[in-house]
Design a binder for this molecule. Structure first.
Ligand SMILES: [Zn+2]
Length: 433
């Protein structure tokens, strides 16, 4: 026969499973539910003033704490010792024992705080839902998130050489009525993120996408931090450029290639739509080859299969009598080739070739694109030589949008910003290992 190797209390402790604690009592409460009394396995702690370890108990106190969910309503009470300082020279007489599961003044176990943080940050669940799930108040959960955000590394202490700034819209413009003043306020639908391009970590978020918003964040960094920035990757935005030349005069600006290709794609789409209006006096339809293959037109030629290439040629042969669609497509491809070059010499050759194609295309749309590219030419050169892009910022934005939506409209910006920074810090930290 197999002998049980533990007592009843030990079995309860095994089930309760709070590290370094054991159950000393468990009773049914008269109004339903149960109360579990636990105590630390070892009664010893260092005095917070002198550091000398004491095991002498002065008195015991009982404290109710919050813990992770257990089957049935469970009240957890901790029996805490107040210890006498063992150092005669110390002015402190007594102090309360702290443990890793119950740090100083904590009313939640560490495992509950960890579980709440994982639910909010890693699984992107809304704070209110997590609080309800663990049977604690909204504030208790929010405080856990805020406390974790305070432990985030100081941005000024991070060594950032390549910075990415990216704007994105996370929802449509909304208005809300301030319950106190009754005034209507606009909820900013845009925000700008600052990312360490090397690691992909989000360093900061500001509401809006004007130069004032970006400048405010940059000027609150230390002088040394700003001096370290060598290249800043941005969308083709004049507001961002102004903010960088004002706050980071030594940094070079690289324009993000993804956004330039987007501009060229938009230009091609405008040409296609105008041609459809001119030819058919209506919008494109499935019967029009250019409309049917509109996505194919936007794909990079080098990524197309032989079948795709044949279809594309068919579009130009059957649905482009003026040759303008093919010319605008050529300009788009010319820009893509330019952005694939890796030396300044090759880039300048591609630039001259592109200029010829723009002249040959001779449409308003392609001329407008060419003007924009000219404005950003020096920033294109910086991208060609540095290859610093916002590609990793884009990935962060998807997560940010999700956080924004689960929050159902954060009134307090610090709350959602804390979540975004935390999620990003945890992600990039995990990727480093
Ligand atoms: Zn002491």
């Amino acid at each position: 026969m197999i002998e049980p190797t533990c007592s009843q209390h030990d079995a309860a402790s095994v089930i309760f499973n709070l590290p370094d604690y054991h159950v000393i009592d468990a009773i049914d409460l008269p109004l339903g539910g149960r109360r579990v009394v636990v105590r630390a396995d070892t009664i010893a702690d260092a005095c917070p003033d002198c550091g000398v370890v004491s095991q002498r108990v002065h008195a015991w106190s009982r404290q109710r704490v919050r813990d992770v969910g257990h089957a049935g309503a469970l009240e957890v009470v901790v029996l805490k010792p107040r210890l006498v300082c063992a150092e005669a020279a110390c002015s402190r007489r007594t102090f309360t024992q702290t443990t890793s599961q119950l740090p100083l003044r904590s009313r939640c176990t560490t495992r509950l705080r960890t579980a709440m943080l994982e639910a909010v940050i890693d699984h992107g669940r809304p704070v209110a839902g997590v609080a309800a799930g663990f049977g604690v108040s909204w504030w208790t959960t929010q405080k856990v998130v805020d406390a974790a955000a305070k432990r985030l590394p100081d941005v000024d202490a991070l060594q950032v050489k390549y910075l990415g700034i990216d704007e994105h819209r996370y929802r449509t413009v909304r208005w809300f009525k301030d319950p106190d003043t009754g005034a209507w306020a606009r909820v900013e639908p845009w925000m700008s993120t600052f990312v360490n391009v090397a690691s992909g970590q989000v360093l900061g978020i500001v509401d809006g996408r004007d130069s004032a918003a970006v400048e405010a964040w940059l000027t609150s960094r230390s002088k040394e931090w700003r001096a370290r920035i060598q290249v800043v990757a941005i969308d083709p935005s004049a507001a961002f450029r102004k903010a960088i030349t004002t706050c980071l005069p030594a940094a070079r600006i690289a324009v993000d290639p993804f956004h330039l290709v987007q501009l060229a794609n938009l230009c091609l789409t405008h040409v296609r739509q105008r041609l459809a209006q001119q030819r058919h006096a209506r919008r494109g339809r499935k019967v029009d080859p250019a409309w049917a293959h509109r996505m194919l037109l936007l794909r990079g030629y080098d990524t197309l299969s032989p079948r795709g290439r044949a279809r594309l040629e068919q579009v130009f042969a059957t649905d482009d009598p003026t040759g303008e669609l093919g010319a605008a497509w050529g300009v788009k491809e010319g820009l893509r080739l330019l952005l694939h070059t890796t030396t300044l010499q090759a880039a300048r050759q591609a630039w001259t070739r592109l200029e010829d194609w723009v002249e040959a295309a001779d449409t308003d749309e392609t001329r407008r694109l060419w003007n924009t590219l000219n404005v950003w030419w020096s920033a294109i050169e910086v991208f060609i030589t540095s290859r610093v892009t916002n590609a990793r910022t884009e990935a962060a934005n998807t997560a940010i949008k999700h956080i924004k939506r689960t929050g159902r409209g954060y009134r307090n910006n610090e709350h959602y910003q804390a979540r975004i920074l935390l999620r990003s810090a945890r992600r990039t930290c995990g990727a480093a290992h």
